[in-house]
Design a protein around this ligand. Structure first.
Ligand SMILES: [Zn+2]
Length: 69
């Protein structure tokens, strides 16, 4: 079935038995297990960015609360 290629964001193909992922656009060819790790690793990076953003927002909230005191 068609999935989004984790490398080039084009259409990649996941075999019906969930064993391998291939992409004609960038030549991606990995096992489904590797694909999951690859995607998880990328999402980890996004989580870090979101985590920093949340952290700075909380810092500002705490600062404004201090002003009220
Ligand atoms: Zn690709």
């Amino acid at each position: 079935m068609k999935i989004i290629c984790p490398k080039c964001k084009e259409n990649a193909e996941l075999t019906m038995d969930f064993t391998s992922v291939t992409c004609d656009s960038c030549g991606l060819d990995m096992s489904y297990g590797e694909y999951i790790k690859f995607v998880a690793h990328n999402e980890e990076k996004y989580s870090d960015i979101l985590g920093d953003y949340t952290g700075s927002t909380e810092g500002q909230t705490a600062g404004s609360l201090d002003d009220w005191d």
